[in-house]
Design a protein around this ligand. Structure first.
Ligand code: RNT
Ligand code: ZN
Length: 420
């Protein structure tokens, strides 16, 4: 597409939006301030590099065998840089503990140190990328019978508590080195396939384990902690101790953040409506934006009504500074770099749509109980020329406009991924 036609389409769009009382230049500025925390694990099917000796499982499943996945940290970094060059804006990288680089010295997860992430830190610093982090409570022989922090055996719990503590220290090291607080997120796979006889014991053990992990106060300018609830998992269909109510209570009483994952609730239960509820009681939350298809299948994020609703709640509620937007999906059936690009661009597009909504007019109608106008305007706004504004955003942020990024991914596939 020609620069001139993008710019003139933008000028027309700006006029059209101005008639609705919407300032498109301002929307573009606001969008430019949003950093999405992009998950490392889309790049290698949640594989990691530490070779703990356990395959992916523990409630997680990646399907597909598209060629060219990253097999080394250098490959993952190169793939991610390619993705970043095709996404407008400045974003973050979200690592998992299993992406440690041991460099010959094998250390188990209860003894990890920031040194195992030295290359990641140096890379992030040189590229001016902020890092986020996750404890890895899966793909490890000590996930015994699917249990970690709730395990009845104290020694196993202790191992995983130590892991949790080490990861917070690593998160703080990220924050210190990069001058930007790291979000360290905790999710455990623990649960029961069938109806348990004791729901209380595992939950009490989980609360105790978490208190041990979070006992030490860490400067929030270096690291902030979050806990991620889930309703069910593969093999844990009947009960998970770390349910929504459990972690909501935990976060509110202990001052951690809460991570809302879009795939972790009943199939028709969205997370959009939860945002303004939990933010009445928590200063900040985190999101794992994902797309479940019939179950928590972690499909690539597409521009759905669900995604738009999440973006509207964040933007219309004035919560952009209180919601850490992260992505969480893993599809191995398509080009993995493209998966990053598609999902992240969609998250940004949804935020832009929300920023371009004539929310003042919608709220005025609501105040006047003119629900007819509210509905009419909400429907009309759907076909306002947002595409021209998005193109302008990509153009001015040096990212490919329209589907031009796809040709670059195809070239990268031919010249790099296919040779692996
Ligand atoms: C699992 C959780 C968790 C993981 C990542 C890999 O259901 O969503 O966030 O997807 O930690
Ligand atoms: Zn998640």
């Amino acid at each position: 597409m020609k620069t001139r036609s993008i710019e003139s389409a933008y000028r027309l769009a700006r006029e059209r939006y101005a008639e609705q009382g919407v300032d498109t230049d301002r929307a573009l500025r606001d969008l430019g301030r949003v950093a999405i925390s992009i998950h490392c694990w889309q790049g290698d099917d949640v594989g990691g590099f530490e070779n703990a000796g356990a395959a992916l499982g523990d409630g997680l499943a990646v399907t597909g065998n598209y060629p060219g996945k990253a097999r080394t940290p250098d490959q993952l970094r190169a793939d991610f840089e390619t993705a970043l060059s095709l996404i407008p804006g400045r974003h973050r990288f979200n690592l998992h503990a299993s992406y440690a680089e041991m460099g010959g010295r094998k250390r188990d997860r209860d003894a990890l140190t920031p040194a195992a992430f030295g290359n990641w830190i140096a890379w992030a610093r040189s590229r001016r990328i902020g890092l986020d982090f996750n404890q890895t409570y899966f793909s490890h022989p000590k996930v015994d019978g699917g249990l970690t922090l709730t395990h009845p055996d104290k020694a196993i719990r202790r191992f995983w508590i130590e892991h949790g503590i080490r990861c917070r220290e690593i998160g703080a090291a990220f924050g210190r080195a990069l001058g930007s607080p790291c979000l360290t997120n905790l999710w455990i796979p623990d649960g029961m396939k069938d109806t348990p006889a004791d729901r209380r014991g595992p939950r009490e053990r989980l609360a105790e384990s978490l208190d041990a992990i979070y006992a030490r106060t860490i400067d929030r300018r270096l690291n902030v902690d979050s806990v991620e609830p889930k309703l069910f998992g593969i093999g844990a269909e009947s009960y998970t101790p770390g349910s929504h109510e459990f972690y909501l209570g935990y976060a509110v009483s202990r001052g951690t953040l809460l991570t809302l994952d879009a795939g972790h609730y009943h199939p028709t239960e969205g997370i959009a409506d939860k945002i303004s509820s939990v933010l009445c009681f928590l200063p900040e939350i985190a999101l794992h934006v994902s797309r479940g298809v019939r179950w928590d299948s972690d499909h690539v994020v597409t521009l759905t009504d669900d995604l738009e609703a999440i973006a509207q709640e964040i933007v219309w509620g004035g919560y952009l500074k209180r919601v850490r937007i992260g992505l969480d999906y893993f599809d191995a059936s398509i080009n993995r770099v493209a998966a990053w690009v598609i999902g992240t661009r969609n998250m940004l597009k949804a935020l832009l749509l929300a920023l371009l909504a004539p929310v003042g007019a919608l709220r005025a109608a609501e105040r006047d109980r003119d629900y007819t106008s509210r509905l009419a305007r909400m429907e009309e706004m759907k076909l306002l020329p947002a595409g021209a504004v998005w193109d302008q955003y990509c153009l001015t942020r040096n990212a490919p406009v329209g589907d031009a990024w796809l040709a670059e991914v195809k070239t990268y596939e031919r010249t790099v991924l296919a040779k692996r």
